[in-house]
Design a protein around this ligand. Structure first.
Ligand code: HPA
Length: 289
């Protein structure tokens, strides 16, 4: 047996407040602006960031930022003004299924909060379970079911990030949700609201899991969003989460599920999201100018 067999790996230092603060300082200095709204772009939605004439910073240049390893996620931070609102766009999300620790997944969210954002808009792709969650439509989260078996707040407490016992009763801001749905209505973009179930992935769900999720009250299912939302709520950000429904969930259609299918609808969904954000950010800009 080799001498190293059975030896424990040294514990990996997980990013916390100090790392998020260093990243935030770098972001504010590079962008020469304090973002007010942070936007996380989900699978296939990265093109939205191109609407913004902005400073583009690769994640690799930002202290402590991990790199995204998934196709359809660029790994760039875009900083600039959109509809007169200073925004920071994370084009490239990190997923738990890539093997990141939850503390790494939420590091960019915490960095944006410490850089000054007050609102976080989280977007993602999801499979539709409820009839209203039809492919090609959007769903604003009213609540979530966390079935990822992980929580970014587990571990050592650091009060500089807020309390560990975060109240998630109103995790999703009802006013932002109503505003998003009003904007969608004006633009002819279909947008329902409902409960998002987060699973770890990366395999898609089984039909039996989808039947179970349906009985438990899930309207759509995905593999992301929830860690960032929990971290954002700990730091008291107002949260809006929007899922682009890319497919019917497993067992609800004859179509086989694939990542290609999830990305395929991305262009049209990104175009819709761009128009939606034009409207939404213009409405929100009144709060800052
Ligand atoms: N399941 C989980 N995540 C997803 C799906 C799905 O059907 N579609 C897009 N993301």
């Amino acid at each position: 047996m080799s001498r190293t067999a059975g030896r424990q790996q040294p514990a990996r230092r997980l990013p916390g407040y100090a790392e998020a603060r260093r990243a935030a300082q770098y972001i504010v200095a590079r962008g020469r602006l304090r973002p007010k709204v942070g936007i996380i772009l989900g699978s296939g939605l990265g093109g939205v960031a191109d609407r913004l004439r902005a400073a583009v910073i690769p994640y690799g240049a930002i202290p402590h930022f991990p790199r995204s390893t998934v196709r359809g996620h660029a790994g760039e931070l875009h900083l600039g003004k959109w509809a007169r609102t200073p925004v920071a766009i994370l084009a490239g999300r990190l997923h738990l299924y890539e093997g990141y620790h939850p503390a790494e997944v939420v590091l960019p969210t915490r960095a944006l909060a410490l850089a000054g954002i007050e609102i976080l808009i989280v977007t993602c792709a999801a499979g539709g379970i409820a009839a209203k969650a039809a492919p090609g439509s959007w769903m604003a989260f009213s609540d979530h079911l966390n079935f990822q078996s992980l929580n970014p707040l587990a571990g050592l407490e650091d009060e500089r990030l807020g309390t560990r016992f975060v109240d998630l009763t109103r995790a999703y801001d009802p006013d932002l949700r109503a505003l998003a749905r009003r904007c969608a209505g004006r633009l002819g973009v279909r947008c329902s609201e409902g409960v998002y179930a987060a699973l770890l992935g990366p395999s898609f769900e089984t039909p039996a899991e989808i039947r179970a999720l349906k009985r438990l009250g899930a309207d759509a299912v995905g593999m992301s969003a929830v860690p960032e939302v929990i971290a954002a709520r700990q730091l008291n950000l107002r949260v809006l989460a929007l899922a682009s429904i890319t497919n019917r969930a497993a067992g609800l259609s004859r179509q086989p599920l694939s990542h290609e299918e999830v990305l395929a609808g991305g262009n049209e969904a990104a175009r819709q999201l761009g128009r939606l954000l034009d409207d939404l950010l213009a409405e929100l800009s009144g709060q800052w100018i």
